[in-house]
Design a protein around this ligand. Structure first.
Ligand SMILES: Nc1ncnc2c1ncn2[C@@H]1O[C@H](COP(=O)(O)OP(=O)(O)OP(=O)(O)O)[C@@H](O)[C@H]1O
Ligand SMILES: [Mg+2]
Length: 215
């Protein structure tokens, strides 16, 4: 990958998966790669990344917040809409690579499948909120709930969502796998080593750039 291989519409890459699956680890490795090659990029994480988004993030993740299920889904969509308008779309318009730590499929998995909301409705609301913008490539770093549990146990502080139980996370994982089949997410085994995952991710991106597709 080099500067000239990214089209004028930019390249939008998202990392998805359960808490602790390795999204931030892989996003940072990819950012390092882009930095080394002088490829213009933006690294964002959800929810947040805008003034209103950061306030919403605090509300959503604070264990003190009492919030009903649709309220939760709508707040995620609100933060996402602002991030797209203020950051992601302008960055893509400049031809940059946008690396996003979580995006729309998180809402479908966590609020749709996890909380049992109407998945199609959550999708419709989110698609409207982001003006139909979906990533060129969404990577799903798939881990079983046992691995989620092991990786969570080393965390000092669990946020409001992370306090949910294994049954919830099982629904989220199953939901993600279904979404991957329906919407063409690139599924990688999150139990592989960080380095192996990193090279698989670069391979997929290269293939996408060369052929306009990744498989
Ligand atoms: N491939 C891997 N194999 C083993 N451990 C890993 C791997 N990738 C990341 N980890 C470890 O798992 C933990 C969670 O990783 P990371 O923070 O990247 O996950 P995340 O998906 O961003 O989690 P969250 O959703 O909570 O932000 C870290 O301690 C990290 O070092
Ligand atoms: Mg993370």
């Amino acid at each position: 990958m080099d500067r000239s291989s990214i089209g004028s519409q930019g390249l939008f890459i998202a990392f998805e998966g359960l808490d602790g699956c390795g999204k931030t680890t892989q996003a940072k490795l990819l950012i390092q790669y882009l930095l080394q090659r002088n490829i213009p990029h933006r690294h964002v994480r959800e929810p947040g990344g805008t003034e209103v988004g950061d306030k919403i993030r605090q509300l959503l993740l604070s264990p003190e917040t009492r919030l009903n299920t649709w309220g939760e889904a709508m707040l995620y969509a609100t933060a996402r809409a602002q991030l797209v308008q203020d950051v992601i779309s302008p960055s893509l318009a400049k031809g940059e690579v946008v690396v996003c730590d979580r995006y729309l499929f998180s809402s479908l998995a966590y609020q749709g499948y996890g909380l049992g909301l109407d998945v199609e409705l959550v999708r419709t609301i989110n698609m409207k909120a982001v003006g139909g913008l979906i990533p060129h490539i969404s990577f799903l770093l798939d881990i079983p709930v046992e691995t989620w549990s092991q990786r969570q146990s080393s965390k000092q502080h669990l946020d409001r969502i992370e306090r949910r139980d294994a049954d919830y996370y099982q629904r989220v994982r199953d939901g993600y796998q279904k979404l991957a089949r329906e919407h063409g997410l690139v599924v990688l085994n999150g139990q592989h080593s960080e380095q192996k995952l990193y090279s698989q991710i670069l391979e997929k991106i290269e293939a996408y750039i060369k052929g306009g597709r990744y498989n």
